[in-house]
Design a binder for this molecule. Structure first.
Ligand code: EPU
Length: 434
């Protein structure tokens, strides 16, 4: 295993280019299976989750080829309906194969995704959507089995206790594109990644109305063709670099950051005293308005609310903001695994229900810390960039799932961060057995 060693204290300077969005690209790979023709995806990020997805598609019988660093060709001429547990268990997002397989082959067998450290992640709404379209769904020996002699358009409601489900909406949309008749999807997730999926499906020949809204209407078609599609920039990655600049009191340019995908986040950044300005079509410049950070409040909500995928990293920022900041989770109520690790670095955070109350403004100090999931990894690295002394972050394989070349991009901004084999970590620092 590898670790990150970070020497904190350097204000970031320079420019960084955002990669394509992980959470857009994963369902787009799945969407390619809806056709028997070839599709090409551009601006795909270089991530382990993408490689897992490519492996799963290959296992299903598709021919998947990486044409260059960011372009992938998928030829799904003949595919099977079952995905192997060994691959699916590595990545929850593989559940988004359910919709395309059900639509194209009228059957799907996908192992039920297991537990997840960020909280309970049921898929009841995905399954109900398949049933609404005329499929029967059973769970046998841990495998979801979907069968549909025929599919038929219907009304589907995608809202749950914590808002609309993103991947559930993707599954419902993909299945409905090939279901004869009209489907309406009410309380549909309207994340930019869903809009990107709808755009790709439209260029494959799907008939979709209400794109970007909570009410999507689909007129099923007989078949879909292949397409060439460019993945949208990753809004979570872009925001993470905004936070990296702010937490180090740096000044950077973030290229390929779509501010219209970041409204709620940028409002909170403005409250915190961070100056974010458009400087070019999709580029933003970031610095601190008065050289220091104010306390702020953020409540995570489905899009267009503040993204849960930025809560952990923003919590790290709050540790450097003078006064009391409050971060409340409304999407994954127990997504606070980063908090005990930030405490090891001298943060003052108390958890009250689904809120983290952060007393910020005190210096953070470097420490050995353990990443528990993707966004928590980024939070600990940001804290390390702002801390006095050395921080060692273990289990960074979580980071590699979702941040393309993170340490290289940070190094180019002047950060003192390096990837090392775990054996290089001072023995006294190894917390993995604790
Ligand atoms: N939910 C249900 N029933 C369902 C599905 C979801 O109750 O059938 C609940 C979940 O438990 C959660 C809420 O609804 O409380 C939202 O879950 P959602 O289904 O929207 O999450 P997801 O589609 O599984 C995607 C992203 C996550 C991101 C969430 C929320 C992908 C591949 N994953 O997950 O990304 O946190 O939406 O925005 O798109 C990440 O990138 O680090 C990550 C975890």
């Amino acid at each position: 295993m590898e670790v990150f060693r970070i020497k904190g204290g350097t204000p970031l300077r320079g420019s960084v280019k955002v990669s394509g969005s992980k959470n857009a690209a994963l369902p787009l790979f799945a969407a390619a299976l809806l056709s028997s023709e070839e599709s090409v995806l551009e601006n795909v990020p270089n991530l382990s989750d993408i490689r897992f997805m490519a492996e799963i598609l290959t296992e299903l019988g598709a021919s998947v080829e990486r044409l260059d660093q960011t372009t992938w060709k998928i030829n799904p001429r003949s595919i099977v309906h079952y995905a192997p547990y060994e691959l699916v268990r590595k990545m929850r997002a593989s559940v988004c194969l359910l919709g395309p397989l059900t639509a194209r082959l009228r059957r799907a067998e996908i192992p039920m995704p297991g537990g997840c450290v960020i909280g309970n992640r049921p898929i009841d709404l995905h399954l109900r959507a398949m049933e609404r379209l005329g499929a029967t769904v059973e769970l046998k020996a841990g495998v979801i089995q979907v069968e549909a002699n025929s599919l038929k358009g219907n009304s589907i409601f995608m809202g749950g206790r914590h808002g609309s489900t993103v991947t559930g909406t993707a599954n419902a949309i993909m299945a409905a594109t090939l279901a004869p008749g009209r489907t309406t999807i009410d309380s549909a997730a309207c994340e930019p990644e869903i809009t990107d999926l709808c755009r790709m499906l439209t260029s494959m020949g799907a008939k979709i109305g209400g794109i970007g809204s909570h009410m999507i209407e689909i007129e099923g078609v007989e078949s879909l063709g292949g397409c060439r599609h460019r993945v949208i920039p990753d809004r979570i990655e872009a925001a993470t670099y905004v936070l990296a600049a702010a937490i180090t009191n740096g000044k950077i340019l973030v290229e390929q950051a779509k501010t219209d995908h970041l409204g709620a986040f940028l409002n909170v950044m403005s409250d915190a005293g961070i100056n974010v300005e458009n400087s070019g079509k999709n580029d933003i410049s970031v610095d601190l308005r008065n050289g220091s950070l104010n306390s702020f409040e953020a409540i995570t909500l489905p899009y267009p609310g503040f993204p849960t995928d930025l809560q952990a990293q923003t919590c790290a920022l709050a540790c450097k903001a003078n006064g009391l900041s409050i971060l409340t989770e409304r999407v994954y109520p127990s997504r606070f695994m980063h908090v005990p690790e930030l405490l090891r670095m001298g943060a003052e955070i108390s958890l009250e229900g689904t809120s983290a109350i952060v007393r910020g403004g005190k210096p953070l100090t470097g420490a050995p810390v353990m990443a528990s999931d993707l966004r928590a990894s980024a939070a600990l690295i940001l804290a390390g960039l702002a801390a006095e002394g050395e921080t060692w972050v273990q289990r960074i394989y979580h980071l590699d799932r979702g941040y393309d070349s993170f340490e290289k991009k940070l190094q180019a901004l002047g950060a003192e961060v390096e990837r090392l084999p775990e054996s290089e970590m001072p023995k006294a620092f190894d917390t993995s057995s604790a």
